[in-house]
Design a protein around this ligand. Structure first.
Ligand SMILES: [Zn+2]
Length: 435
């Protein structure tokens, strides 16, 4: 089987954390990559004899993890970071929507998205969900910069388009991008309060027709619950359930204000949740019942939400917050064990977005989205439990090398295909009209 031992990229040494179902950790690991996929995952000693790589990466002293997956965001809002602060959610949305309506054209959205992608790759994130305007511009930015994206046009009443126009836009997007290996379509609507029932039903039907994940916001604030109660006489989860939007390919962002019945409904329908703890804290929306959701069997992923309400796209910091927040408010350090929190930023997020057959763990046949962390640092020495370090001690500055779709996009801290300085300059230029 000599022909199977030649890899395009061979990574050897270092602690390998595959995040497969076993949660095993391989102390002296190796990854063999062929094309865009993983062809070998295991101990270095188990590599086929004479294994070679056209490129070899020495990972000794490093930790090798699957790329982090940000399960919910609004990437172009990097341009609105710090613009409207210390306000309640509804007031914040009002200010932000005003700027967005006036200035967020396709070129500006693209500038903000590129900035987000630079930030995310530097932070070890290889895939993100995005919910924003000009989804086609966002998709093209991801393709050009080599980033993996779960994205699609948003059906919502706030954009001023008819339902037929929004549907046509969604179909055009899926037609243009469905064959691209780094782009994964999702069908999305903003929320129960920002879409009439026929728009929610259309979102459901499109998701079924294209067999894609369906993403929306739900139960984020008390005000939202009051608005939805007034309009429908129900909670957002009850409305979504009644209209048959819940299911194993549905991802709900936030889900802060849930009662026991609603958690049971999410579990019974197989619905996933994107938990955004830092955004929820900063906007003062509350603290999601993540421990109860996980115990009930709900698939919980962690996400940053938009960088204007977080205020970053840093998944390591988000995972740490997710872990310590629940321990603190419950007076119980045993909840949210580190390995399970790390799953919320990798395999659970992939499942939530309907792409767990491709990414979320390092397993043979999956796409090679890989991050090498430099553990030769004072705050990461010594190592007793690598998962504990990944959640409580690692930060984004420890990210050294990043591969997406089998391509090295960041090597020893330097970008290989994107021009970081030019992207930062375009972002500064784009916001000059915001006032
Ligand atoms: Zn959001």
């Amino acid at each position: 089987m000599a022909e199977t031992a030649a890899y395009d990229i061979l990574i050897t040494g270092g602690t390998l954390v595959p995040m497969d179902a076993s949660r095993r950790v391989i102390p002296d690991g190796a990854l063999g990559i062929r094309g865009n996929s993983l062809a070998f995952v295991g101990a270095r000693g188990d590599l086929p004899p004479g294994a070679t790589g056209a490129r070899t990466l020495d990972a000794r002293g490093k930790v090798i993890i699957p790329g982090l997956i940000n399960a919910h965001s609004h990437l172009a809002m990097t341009l609105l970071r710090g613009y409207s602060e210390d306000r309640p959610l509804e007031k914040w949305l009002e200010t932000v929507w005003k700027i967005e309506l006036a200035h967020m054209d396709a070129a500006t959205v693209r500038a903000g998205t590129e900035l987000a992608i630079v930030e995310m790759i530097r932070g070890g994130t290889t895939c993100a969900h995005d919910m924003y305007w000009h989804a086609d511009a966002v998709g093209r930015a991801a393709i050009e910069l080599g980033f993996r994206l779960a994205n699609g046009p948003v059906l919502a009443d706030i954009i001023g388009h008819t339902l037929a126009e929004l549907e046509a836009e969604a179909r055009a997007y899926f037609r243009e991008f469905s064959a691209h290996p780094r782009l994964h379509g999702v069908v999305q609507t903003h929320s129960v309060y920002a879409a009439p029932p026929e728009m929610l039903a259309k979102t459901r039907d499109l998701a079924r027709e294209y067999d894609l994940a369906l993403v929306t916001h739900a139960s984020e604030s008390r005000q939202e619950l009051a608005t939805v109660r007034e309009k429908f006489g129900k909670t957002p989860i009850e409305v979504l359930h009644e209209l048959e939007l819940l299911g194993p390919k549905t991802l709900l962002a936030h889900c802060i204000h849930l009662n026991d019945d609603e958690i049971a409904t999410l579990a019974a329908t197989g619905t996933s949740v994107a938990h955004c703890p830092e955004c929820n804290l900063k906007i003062g929306s509350g603290i999601a019942r993540v421990v109860e959701m996980a115990a009930a069997g709900v698939n919980v992923a962690v996400a940053t939400d938009g960088p204007a309400s977080n205020n970053d796209l840093d998944m390591f910091s988000e995972l740490r917050t997710a872990a310590i927040l629940q321990k603190g408010v419950r007076h119980d350090p045993t909840v949210m064990p580190a390995a399970e929190v790390f799953a919320m930023g990798t395999r659970n997020a992939a499942r939530a977005l309907g792409i767990d057959n491709l990414v979320g763990s390092l397993e043979v046949g999956k796409r090679a989205d890989v991050v090498l962390l430099n553990f030769d640092k004072p705050h990461l020495t010594p190592v007793f439990d690598v998962y504990a370090h990944l959640i409580y001690s690692v930060n984004k500055a420890d990210v050294e090398t990043v591969l997406i779709e089998g391509e090295i996009v960041l090597e020893n801290g330097a970008f290989t295909r994107l021009d970081e300085a030019a992207i930062l300059a375009r972002a500064r230029e784009a916001v000059k009209v915001f006032g």
